[in-house]
Design a protein around this ligand. Structure first.
Ligand SMILES: [Fe+2]
Length: 236
Protein backbone atom coordinates (compact mmCIF):
# COMPACT_ATOMS: atom_id res chain seq x y z
CA UNK A 1 0.00 0.00 0.00
CA UNK A 2 1.20 3.55 -0.65
CA UNK A 3 1.69 6.21 2.04
CA UNK A 4 -1.76 7.55 1.21
CA UNK A 5 -3.40 4.25 2.09
CA UNK A 6 -3.99 3.29 -1.54
CA UNK A 7 -2.83 0.19 -3.33
CA UNK A 8 -0.21 0.60 -6.01
CA UNK A 9 -1.75 0.75 -9.49
CA UNK A 10 -1.67 -2.36 -11.65
CA UNK A 11 1.72 -2.65 -13.34
CA UNK A 12 1.07 -3.31 -17.03
CA UNK A 13 4.68 -4.31 -17.63
CA UNK A 14 3.83 -7.42 -15.58
CA UNK A 15 0.17 -8.16 -16.29
CA UNK A 16 -1.06 -9.29 -19.70
CA UNK A 17 -2.94 -6.69 -21.76
CA UNK A 18 -6.70 -7.14 -22.19
CA UNK A 19 -6.10 -7.78 -25.89
CA UNK A 20 -3.50 -10.32 -27.01
CA UNK A 21 -4.54 -11.50 -30.48
CA UNK A 22 -2.78 -14.91 -30.39
CA UNK A 23 -5.03 -15.72 -27.39
CA UNK A 24 -8.17 -15.64 -29.45
CA UNK A 25 -10.86 -15.18 -26.82
CA UNK A 26 -9.27 -11.88 -25.77
CA UNK A 27 -10.21 -10.43 -29.17
CA UNK A 28 -13.94 -10.60 -28.41
CA UNK A 29 -13.80 -9.92 -24.69
CA UNK A 30 -11.34 -7.01 -24.49
CA UNK A 31 -12.73 -3.46 -24.24
CA UNK A 32 -12.72 -1.54 -27.55
CA UNK A 33 -13.17 1.89 -25.97
CA UNK A 34 -10.72 3.70 -23.68
CA UNK A 35 -11.16 2.79 -20.03
CA UNK A 36 -12.55 5.36 -17.61
CA UNK A 37 -10.46 5.47 -14.43
CA UNK A 38 -12.59 5.35 -11.29
CA UNK A 39 -11.23 6.93 -8.11
CA UNK A 40 -10.79 4.50 -5.24
CA UNK A 41 -13.15 4.66 -2.30
CA UNK A 42 -12.73 3.62 1.31
CA UNK A 43 -15.24 0.79 0.95
CA UNK A 44 -13.02 -0.93 -1.60
CA UNK A 45 -10.29 -1.16 1.01
CA UNK A 46 -12.39 -1.82 4.09
CA UNK A 47 -15.42 -3.75 2.75
CA UNK A 48 -15.83 -7.49 3.32
CA UNK A 49 -14.36 -9.58 0.54
CA UNK A 50 -15.98 -12.97 0.83
CA UNK A 51 -18.46 -14.97 2.84
CA UNK A 52 -17.68 -16.36 6.23
CA UNK A 53 -18.79 -19.93 5.76
CA UNK A 54 -16.49 -22.25 7.69
CA UNK A 55 -14.10 -24.36 5.66
CA UNK A 56 -15.02 -28.02 5.59
CA UNK A 57 -12.47 -30.67 6.51
CA UNK A 58 -10.62 -31.78 3.35
CA UNK A 59 -11.47 -28.58 1.46
CA UNK A 60 -7.70 -28.32 0.97
CA UNK A 61 -7.27 -31.98 0.00
CA UNK A 62 -8.54 -32.65 -3.52
CA UNK A 63 -7.54 -36.31 -3.25
CA UNK A 64 -10.21 -36.72 -0.56
CA UNK A 65 -12.88 -34.05 -0.98
CA UNK A 66 -14.77 -35.69 -3.84
CA UNK A 67 -14.23 -39.38 -3.15
CA UNK A 68 -17.21 -41.59 -4.03
CA UNK A 69 -15.93 -45.12 -4.36
CA UNK A 70 -12.12 -44.97 -4.29
CA UNK A 71 -9.06 -42.79 -4.62
CA UNK A 72 -8.64 -40.44 -7.58
CA UNK A 73 -6.23 -41.61 -10.28
CA UNK A 74 -2.97 -39.83 -10.97
CA UNK A 75 0.13 -38.61 -9.22
CA UNK A 76 -0.41 -37.10 -5.76
CA UNK A 77 1.25 -33.71 -5.28
CA UNK A 78 1.50 -31.10 -2.54
CA UNK A 79 1.34 -27.45 -3.61
CA UNK A 80 2.26 -24.87 -1.02
CA UNK A 81 3.67 -21.36 -0.75
CA UNK A 82 3.26 -17.91 0.73
CA UNK A 83 0.90 -15.14 -0.27
CA UNK A 84 2.59 -11.79 0.31
CA UNK A 85 1.95 -8.13 -0.35
CA UNK A 86 4.24 -5.98 -2.46
CA UNK A 87 6.60 -5.57 0.52
CA UNK A 88 7.03 -9.28 1.17
CA UNK A 89 4.73 -9.35 4.18
CA UNK A 90 2.69 -12.54 4.45
CA UNK A 91 -1.06 -11.94 4.14
CA UNK A 92 -2.93 -14.02 6.71
CA UNK A 93 -6.58 -14.85 6.15
CA UNK A 94 -6.38 -14.84 2.34
CA UNK A 95 -8.97 -17.13 0.79
CA UNK A 96 -7.16 -19.27 -1.79
CA UNK A 97 -9.37 -21.25 -4.17
CA UNK A 98 -8.07 -23.60 -6.85
CA UNK A 99 -9.57 -25.56 -9.72
CA UNK A 100 -7.93 -27.86 -12.22
CA UNK A 101 -8.32 -30.70 -14.71
CA UNK A 102 -7.93 -34.31 -13.58
CA UNK A 103 -4.86 -36.43 -14.32
CA UNK A 104 -6.17 -37.13 -17.83
CA UNK A 105 -6.63 -33.43 -18.63
CA UNK A 106 -10.42 -33.34 -18.29
CA UNK A 107 -12.73 -31.03 -16.30
CA UNK A 108 -16.05 -32.37 -14.98
CA UNK A 109 -17.95 -29.64 -16.83
CA UNK A 110 -20.47 -29.91 -19.66
CA UNK A 111 -18.40 -27.50 -21.75
CA UNK A 112 -15.36 -29.79 -21.61
CA UNK A 113 -15.76 -32.30 -24.42
CA UNK A 114 -12.14 -33.45 -24.53
CA UNK A 115 -12.07 -37.17 -25.31
CA UNK A 116 -10.36 -38.16 -22.04
CA UNK A 117 -11.84 -40.00 -19.06
CA UNK A 118 -13.57 -38.32 -16.16
CA UNK A 119 -12.57 -39.47 -12.70
CA UNK A 120 -15.58 -40.21 -10.46
CA UNK A 121 -13.44 -39.55 -7.39
CA UNK A 122 -11.99 -36.20 -8.42
CA UNK A 123 -13.80 -32.89 -8.72
CA UNK A 124 -10.68 -30.73 -9.08
CA UNK A 125 -11.75 -27.90 -6.75
CA UNK A 126 -10.43 -26.90 -3.35
CA UNK A 127 -9.89 -23.97 -1.03
CA UNK A 128 -8.04 -22.92 2.09
CA UNK A 129 -7.23 -19.80 4.07
CA UNK A 130 -3.63 -18.66 4.58
CA UNK A 131 -2.14 -18.98 8.07
CA UNK A 132 -0.53 -16.24 10.15
CA UNK A 133 2.53 -16.21 7.87
CA UNK A 134 0.48 -16.04 4.66
CA UNK A 135 1.07 -19.71 3.90
CA UNK A 136 -1.33 -21.96 1.98
CA UNK A 137 -1.13 -25.68 1.27
CA UNK A 138 -3.06 -28.13 -0.92
CA UNK A 139 -2.85 -31.84 -1.55
CA UNK A 140 -4.05 -32.72 -5.03
CA UNK A 141 -3.42 -34.72 -8.21
CA UNK A 142 -1.03 -33.46 -10.88
CA UNK A 143 -3.30 -32.11 -13.63
CA UNK A 144 -2.97 -33.39 -17.19
CA UNK A 145 -2.37 -31.20 -20.23
CA UNK A 146 -5.39 -30.74 -22.48
CA UNK A 147 -6.10 -29.61 -26.04
CA UNK A 148 -7.96 -26.37 -26.69
CA UNK A 149 -9.43 -24.75 -29.75
CA UNK A 150 -7.29 -21.61 -29.79
CA UNK A 151 -5.18 -22.86 -32.67
CA UNK A 152 -4.61 -26.08 -34.61
CA UNK A 153 -3.05 -28.72 -32.33
CA UNK A 154 -2.97 -26.29 -29.41
CA UNK A 155 -2.46 -27.79 -25.96
CA UNK A 156 -2.46 -26.03 -22.60
CA UNK A 157 0.52 -26.73 -20.36
CA UNK A 158 -0.42 -28.51 -17.12
CA UNK A 159 -1.79 -25.86 -14.79
CA UNK A 160 -3.77 -25.12 -11.66
CA UNK A 161 -6.14 -22.14 -11.63
CA UNK A 162 -5.91 -19.93 -8.52
CA UNK A 163 -8.25 -17.26 -7.18
CA UNK A 164 -7.09 -15.21 -4.20
CA UNK A 165 -8.98 -12.76 -2.08
CA UNK A 166 -6.49 -10.60 -0.18
CA UNK A 167 -7.59 -7.99 2.33
CA UNK A 168 -9.74 -6.09 -0.19
CA UNK A 169 -11.33 -6.44 -3.61
CA UNK A 170 -8.39 -4.49 -5.00
CA UNK A 171 -6.12 -7.37 -4.01
CA UNK A 172 -8.16 -10.07 -5.74
CA UNK A 173 -6.06 -12.09 -8.15
CA UNK A 174 -7.09 -14.81 -10.61
CA UNK A 175 -4.12 -16.59 -12.12
CA UNK A 176 -2.56 -19.93 -13.04
CA UNK A 177 0.35 -21.98 -11.72
CA UNK A 178 2.51 -24.12 -14.02
CA UNK A 179 5.00 -26.97 -13.56
CA UNK A 180 8.77 -26.76 -14.11
CA UNK A 181 10.11 -28.24 -17.33
CA UNK A 182 6.77 -28.35 -19.16
CA UNK A 183 7.61 -28.22 -22.91
CA UNK A 184 4.21 -26.68 -23.69
CA UNK A 185 5.08 -23.47 -21.83
CA UNK A 186 7.15 -22.35 -24.83
CA UNK A 187 4.08 -22.37 -27.07
CA UNK A 188 1.29 -21.18 -24.78
CA UNK A 189 -0.32 -17.91 -25.95
CA UNK A 190 -1.88 -17.34 -22.52
CA UNK A 191 1.53 -17.41 -20.84
CA UNK A 192 3.08 -15.34 -23.64
CA UNK A 193 0.45 -12.63 -23.29
CA UNK A 194 2.47 -11.66 -20.21
CA UNK A 195 5.00 -9.12 -21.49
CA UNK A 196 7.77 -9.75 -18.99
CA UNK A 197 9.90 -12.92 -19.05
CA UNK A 198 10.61 -12.76 -15.31
CA UNK A 199 6.90 -12.43 -14.58
CA UNK A 200 6.21 -15.45 -16.83
CA UNK A 201 8.80 -17.48 -14.96
CA UNK A 202 7.15 -16.44 -11.72
CA UNK A 203 4.11 -18.52 -12.65
CA UNK A 204 6.18 -21.73 -12.65
CA UNK A 205 6.29 -23.59 -9.35
CA UNK A 206 9.53 -24.96 -7.99
CA UNK A 207 9.95 -28.66 -7.27
CA UNK A 208 10.81 -29.16 -3.61
CA UNK A 209 12.24 -32.35 -2.15
CA UNK A 210 11.72 -30.96 1.34
CA UNK A 211 8.01 -30.49 0.65
CA UNK A 212 7.69 -33.94 -0.91
CA UNK A 213 6.48 -36.68 1.41
CA UNK A 214 8.29 -40.02 1.20
CA UNK A 215 6.22 -42.85 -0.30
CA UNK A 216 3.31 -40.43 -0.74
CA UNK A 217 3.51 -37.23 -2.82
CA UNK A 218 5.86 -34.88 -4.69
CA UNK A 219 6.03 -31.31 -3.42
CA UNK A 220 5.96 -27.98 -5.24
CA UNK A 221 6.40 -24.47 -3.88
CA UNK A 222 4.73 -21.49 -5.47
CA UNK A 223 4.73 -18.04 -3.85
CA UNK A 224 2.23 -15.38 -4.89
CA UNK A 225 2.61 -11.59 -4.66
CA UNK A 226 -0.53 -9.45 -4.62
CA UNK A 227 -0.14 -6.00 -6.23
CA UNK A 228 2.89 -3.78 -6.69
CA UNK A 229 6.39 -4.45 -7.95
CA UNK A 230 7.04 -8.13 -8.58
CA UNK A 231 3.31 -8.89 -8.53
CA UNK A 232 2.21 -12.29 -9.73
CA UNK A 233 0.53 -11.62 -13.09
CA UNK A 234 -3.19 -12.14 -13.55
CA UNK A 235 -3.93 -15.02 -15.94
CA UNK A 236 -7.41 -15.87 -17.09
FE1 LIG B 1 -7.62 -24.75 -17.28
Amino acid sequence: MTDRGEYAPRDWSVHPPYLHAPYKSTVARSPNKPLVPLPGTLSEITGPVYGHEALAPNDDDLTKNAVRNGEPLGERIIVTGRVTDENGQGIPGTLVEIWQANAAGRYPHAADQHDAPLDPNFLGAGRCVTDGDGRYRFTTIRPGEYPWGNEFNGWRPAHIHFSLFGPSFLTRLVTQMYFPGDPLLAFDPIVHAIPDEKARQGLVAEFSRETSEAEWALGYIWDIVLRGRGATPAVG
